[in-house]
Design a protein. Sequence first.
Length: 272
Amino acid sequence: MNSATNGRRRFLAGTAAATAAALAESAFPGQVHGSVRHLLTLSFDDGFLRSSQRTAEIHEKVGVTACINVIASGHLPDFVPPDEYHVAWPRGDFGLWNDLRARGHEVMPHGYRHANLAELPLAEAQGLVRRCLDLFQRELEGFEPERAIFNFPYNRSTPELEAWLGTQVRAFRTGGGGLNPLPSGQQRLTTTGHGPENCERHLDAEIEALLGTDSGWLVYNVHGLDDEGWGPIRASYLERLLDRLLGIETLRVLPVAPALDGLVSDGTWRAR
């Protein structure tokens, strides 16, 4: 990779970080330097083209950044959909992912081909993760594997794979329930979701459970909007939900990496 390409990647990475910070400032002017007790990450998977574009637009409209996790090879002509929830809808490509990242959104890997890595031999699963991270590093401006959040396909992992992956990336997301402790440097995050039907009622209940705790971080796995993918939500619901959440003083909506960048003190979370 030549020096001009490296320079461009550093510039775009800095631009993305500055944009995300500006969006956070505009959405939470009274909380950027204060503390909150609850964090929410809406973790949108699979990289459907229409849904990803609309998800980013809705987040931008209310002044927060989206967390979008994409299948590395999903845009390639030889991609084979792994199940019925991936067949009918086109996916974005790295042109879109670079655009969304430059606008401040979090774009992270969701596997090379959406294989259930927990069902594969360890060496084969590791090989697919490496191919995923290599493709991201080639195609996504500013991407650094050691700063990445790897989102397991199907939220399925094994202890052996997790132990190895912890040496490759900053953090990873797997199954095990959506409520996590406030960020304190952990690598392993767990998530919940609901499907294949609309998951809005389940998401509402999970948010209420989060707000009923003294403190915590809910990582909720969403997929497409309206009719796209497994367990979708309506675009209109997402806009109303985010608008409502912005009025809750104890809560902040963030992608995973900015949440991990926060500081924990006396059971509360504080932005850097």
